[in-house]
Design a protein around this ligand. Structure first.
Ligand SMILES: *[C@@H]1O[C@H](CO)[C@@H](O)[C@H](O)[C@H]1NC(C)=O
Ligand SMILES: *[C@@H]1O[C@H](CO)[C@@H](O)[C@H](O)[C@H]1NC(C)=O
Ligand SMILES: *[C@@H]1O[C@H](CO)[C@@H](O)[C@H](O)[C@H]1NC(C)=O
Ligand SMILES: *[C@@H]1O[C@H](CO)[C@@H](O)[C@H](O)[C@H]1NC(C)=O
Length: 479
């Protein structure tokens, strides 16, 4: 595989991203999680008014259905169809807790032949956002841009319009019926956590009466549970998928990154029994070289001690793409041998692009304000940022194809191109400050606000909701 490696000019910038900013952001999020989810929180509707409320809801739905029936007389224009296709569904009576035994229908095909990744962004302040930031009880500080002072909310109002179809509307109850007694797990880095929070919010805001809880927090595994459905939507932290010295859920900021490219079992035991698995891994590989360790960290430490600090005794310094290929092979071999392919659905979310270089969309402006102050998407077709390295995407695709040949179906959620356009949708400076900035830092930021900007993760509601609309379509379409 190394022999077929294409030229990778993009990666010459890896150092700029890889060693500074990236880690600063990837590290910074853990305290937020701790603060928010250190305690298990529960919400639910209780009390004597339950049946009365239920009755009112039933009456309301009967009324709503009769209106819908009258309106749906077959002459709905394209616009109405589009709007209907993209809004969230109002909750059904008591969010459908009693519909036991219903698995949500046998795989109506919401995807068909349509390539959902090919399309354009359309401004649509009627159907979007799919939920309000403040309505999501489990929102992460890292994505709560409004809470941290962002006042231009235009970024929330864009709809992704595939060329050949409409994105299916997100119906939380329909998804939950599919996930009854099941476990959906997101496994990967902070971008995958971003997507997981989006999924949590899509479900939470659409099912206000359900009893939900968040468990974990300071741990690698965080579990969002929807109790009426015995369903869980989990996130597991493993930024390089395989084992590495960056696996600590809080203290993962290490200057010298070491990856055990052949070892994944220690992580996999936390997610192997999930019914739907969504993987990702990219940003943490964005450096020129990686140290690859064969064998255990303990053995390496011993060998190092024996060699009196001679690192080469234990580590192999490898081109990072090569290390990624080794790791992704370990991942695929593990899936092939250990996961029930008949029962489990596999997804791999493609590269989430960054907007760290403003010259990519405004040539010759001088200076680099990153995504700071950006309020509009890039509307030119096929824009691609220099941090998006197609060689890594090809490595995933090759491994996914190899797995396909062996009877394990993994679907790549192709979110890269659609997200490339959204320079306006990052938190930028509207994010939690991890420690109070010093006076000197405040001054520096006033002079150059972009120095404090996060142009890697995404505000919510926002772009990852679209990724989840795609994921949703595939999950409910499966038979
Ligand atoms: C992902 O989608 C974009 C936009 O449609 C397309 O250009 C690209 O080839 C797709 N990538 C893969 C691997 O399918
Ligand atoms: C609840 O869901 C888990 C999977 O997440 C499953 O193993 C368990 O059997 C379910 N419990 C019931 C009572 O069905
Ligand atoms: C969270 O992890 C940090 C670092 O390991 C530790 O110091 C702290 O005590 C933990 N907090 C809780 C609530 O477990
Ligand atoms: C950001 O945008 C605001 C409003 O358009 C403008 O007043 C401000 O000067 C801009 N700041 C920078 C650093 O470009």
């Amino acid at each position: 595989m190394a022999g077929s490696t294409p030229p990778r000019k993009g990666r010459s910038t890896a150092g700029a991203l890889g060693d500074g900013l990236e880690e600063a952001w990837l590290v910074a999020e853990a305290p937020a999680k701790k603060a928010k989810w250190g305690v298990t929180v529960s919400f639910g509707l209780r009390g004597h008014f339950n049946s009365f409320v239920l009755l009112l809801l039933v009456l309301f739905v009967v009324f709503a259905v009769s209106i819908t029936t009258r309106n749906d007389d077959g002459n709905g224009g394209h616009e109405r169809r589009e709007a209907a296709a993209t809004t969230t569904v109002p909750p059904t009576p008591a969010d459908d807790p009693g519909a036991a035994g219903d698995d949500g229908g046998q795989g109506d095909d919401l995807v068909g032949e349509c390539d959902m990744s090919s399309g354009r962004w359309v401004y649509d302040d009627v159907s979007y956002p799919l939920y309000k930031e403040s309505a999501c009880k489990f929102m992460s500080d890292q994505s709560a841009c409004g809470r941290f002072g962002r006042t231009d909310l235009k970024y929330q109002h864009w709809r992704w319009q595939p060329h050949g179809c409409d994105l299916p509307r997100f119906d939380a109850v329909r998804l939950l019926r599919r996930l009854r007694n099941k476990r959906l797990a997101f496994v990967g880095d902070s971008l995958n956590r971003n997507q997981w929070i989006s999924m949590v919010c899509l479900i939470d805001t659409a099912t206000p009466t359900l009893h939900k809880s968040m468990a974990g927090g300071n741990t690698s595994l965080v579990s969002f549970r929807i109790h009426e459905y015995n369903a869980s939507v989990d996130f597991y932290w493993s930024p390089l998928l395989v084992e590495s010295n960056s696996d600590h859920p809080v203290h993962h900021r290490v200057a010298d990154r070491v990856v055990r490219a052949g070892s994944i079992a220690g992580h996999a035991r936390h997610w192997a029994d999930a019914d739907v698995l969504v993987f990702n891994s990219y940003l943490w590989w964005r450096r020129q070289t990686m140290k690859v360790l064969w064998g255990s960290f303990e053995a390496a430490t011993a060998a190092e001690a024996a060699a009196e600090g001679e690192h080469r005794a234990a580590y192999e310094v490898t081109d990072s793409l090569r290390a990624f290929e080794l790791a992704i092979r370990t991942w695929s071999e593990w899936l092939e041998l250990h996961v029930d392919r008949a029962r489990t659905q596999f997804f791999f979310t493609s590269i989430s692009p960054t907007h760290l270089y403003s010259d990519e969309w405004e040539a010759g402006s001088g200076g680099n304000h990153q995504c700071y102050n950006e309020t509009e998407p890039i509307l030119t077709e096929a824009h691609r940022g220099r941090d998006t390295d197609p060689a890594f995407a090809r490595a995933v695709e090759a491994e996914v194809a190899r797995l396909g040949d062996r009877g394990v179906a993994v679907r790549v959620l192709n979110v890269t191109q659609l997200s490339e356009h959204r320079k306006d949708a990052h938190p930028s400076v509207h994010r939690r400050q991890w420690s109070p900035p010093t006076a000197a830092e405040m001054e520096a930021r006033a002079r150059d606000p972009s120095s404090a900007a996060d142009c890697i993760h995404w505000c919510l509601p926002g772009v990852p909701d679209v990724w989840n609309q795609m994921l949703y379509a595939h999950i409910v379409s499966s038979s």
